[in-house]
Design a protein around this ligand. Structure first.
Ligand SMILES: NC(=O)c1ccc[n+]([C@@H]2O[C@H](COP(=O)([O-])OP(=O)(O)OC[C@H]3O[C@@H](n4cnc5c(N)ncnc54)[C@H](OP(=O)(O)O)[C@@H]3O)[C@@H](O)[C@H]2O)c1
Length: 430
């Protein structure tokens, strides 16, 4: 066998320690599949004294991760620090400039700076691999970029954030509210102390921007993604959704039509018989629709040391084998600048829940507003009668335009019989 591929790992948290462990535990099969051994030889993190549950003896230590790029004995740099700016960005750029291939799990970096880093990788003829950045252990990048490469992809959708999926699953199973389930998820280590990136949909939007770029062959465009999180989902909406035959999921959806690309992350009502509706707990899923292949769905663990290491090590094996694909599937110059569509152009069906005073004429007022805005109703659900008190009313619309729905919503919210801000959730076919 030839000389081992020497790897420098920046970041020794969940992912970095997982990669070290996997490279050691599966060294034999990794060497066979890579055609040569793959060994970590250098590492970087902030705190040298911290116990990481993995032996660091014999590895060169760098306090400054960017120094890994200049280590003549490092062939490949693995960036698993995180963050779109700072040392992660500096290290990836420095490694590519130094003529070293890079493997990263950093979706924020790729979503925000993916175009310029791909150009740098091309300029220096180096790989920039990122299988772990989307859906962790699920090989979604390879599937879209390589496995489905002959297809025109019309739509890609996914459950891209395990924390949100876990919270929504527990809310449904136990009939509990968002805040208490979030607090419990934080205790169990399924949610970060600062959960904003996850529960506000930003993490899913980073991943969706990456999937959309690969699916449609256009430059990555994070700013064009419409983003909403799950904070406003309540137990009552989950119960009504179940009654209507739906599950509530936070989906990332990107679709390419004649007018352009829509990319959006928001809670959705999904028919309960749709395969993606049954992906529960911390699991992730990605569904792609290609013109020749039809629908493909992948699911699995989107986070954690093992699944993420699995994806990083797969990228390292590709590099050891010399299997190279342009970062975004096609060379930067071959990417098409397809226009992005605003959310106001979206067309779909909507679930609307109101808390209204139970008195004659209220429903007639609400339906008149919808009629005037050109929104037609598919069904309505009203529970219980308590004259003079607040009761929930659920309305499901036919397909309508987001802009029309926004007009109707603000007028409905202004009616004096409507007691709380209305809950609006988009319905997604599957
Ligand atoms: N966790 C997952 O399941 C998962 C899944 C998919 C993708 N990712 C992505 O993988 C990346 C790493 O995630 P993680 O969960 O492993 O993060 P983490 O547990 O927070 O680990 C981050 C590591 O980076 C090190 N670090 C931070 N700033 C540094 C600096 N200035 N110089 C040197 N080292 C520095 C930290 O050092 P200390 O340990 O000394 O503090 C730590 O070892 C992120 O981009 C994340 O989005 C994670």
């Amino acid at each position: 066998m030839t000389r081992p591929l020497s790897v420098g790992i920046a970041g020794l948290g969940t992912v970095g320690a997982g990669v070290l462990t996997m490279l050691r535990a599966n060294a034999d099969i990794i060497a066979a599949r890579a055609g040569r051994p793959i060994a970590a030889t250098a590492v970087s993190a902030r705190d040298r004294g911290r116990d990481r549950g993995v032996a660091l003896g014999g590895l060169r230590w760098y306090d400054d991760p960017v120094a890994l790029a200049a280590d003549a004995n490092v062939d490949v740099v693995v960036e698993v620090i995180g963050g779109s700016e700072g040392p992660a960005r500096d290290l990836v750029a420095a490694a590519l400039r130094a003529g070293k291939p890079v493997v990263t799990a950093n979706k924020a970096l790729l979503a925000v700076h993916g175009a310029e880093l791909a150009a740098l990788a091309e300029q220096h003829g180096q790989a920039l691999a990122f299988e772990a950045a989307v859906a962790g252990g699920v090989p979604a990048i390879k599937a879209l970029r390589e496995g489905l490469a002959g297809n025109r992809i019309g739509r890609v959708a996914g459950i891209l954030n395990g924390t949100c999926n876990y919270i929504l699953t527990v809310m449904r199973e136990r009939g509990r509210e968002f805040a208490e389930v979030l607090a419990e998820a934080q205790k169990l280590g399924y949610a970060e102390a600062d959960p904003a990136f996850d529960v506000d949909g930003i993490d899913a939007a980073h991943k969706l921007a990456i999937l959309a770029a690969l699916a449609f062959g256009r430059p990555v465009a994070f700013d064009a993604v419409h983003v909403e999180g799950i904070r406003r989902i309540s137990a009552v909406d989950i119960a009504f959704a179940t009654e209507l035959g739906y599950r509530i999921k936070l989906l990332g959806i990107a679709a390419c039509g004649p007018a352009g690309i829509e990319a959006r992350v928001h809670p959705c009502l999904v028919p309960e018989q749709a395969p993606i509706a049954r992906v529960d707990g911390v699991f992730n899923a990605v569904v792609a629709e290609g013109d020749f292949v039809s629908t493909v769905m992948l699911q699995g663990r989107g986070a954690g040391a093992g699944p993420t290491a699995s994806a990083v090590v797969a990228d390292l094996i590709d590099i050891a084998r010399g299997r190279a694909t342009p970062v975004w599937g096609a060379a930067s110059g071959a990417l098409a600048d397809v226009p992005s569509l605003p959310m106001s152009a979206h067309v779909g069906a909507y679930y609307l829940r109101l808390m209204v005073v139970d008195r004659p004429g209220v429903i007639a007022d609400v339906t008149a507003v919808l009629r005037d805005a050109g929104v037609s109703l598919e069904s309505m659900l009203q529970r219980g009668r308590s004259p003079g008190e607040a009761v929930p009313v659920v309305l499901v619309t036919h397909e309508t335009n987001e802009a029309a729905m926004a007009v109707a919503l603000s007028r409905i919210a202004g009616l004096d019989a409507v007691l709380e801000p209305p809950a609006l959730i988009r319905i997604e076919p599957a």
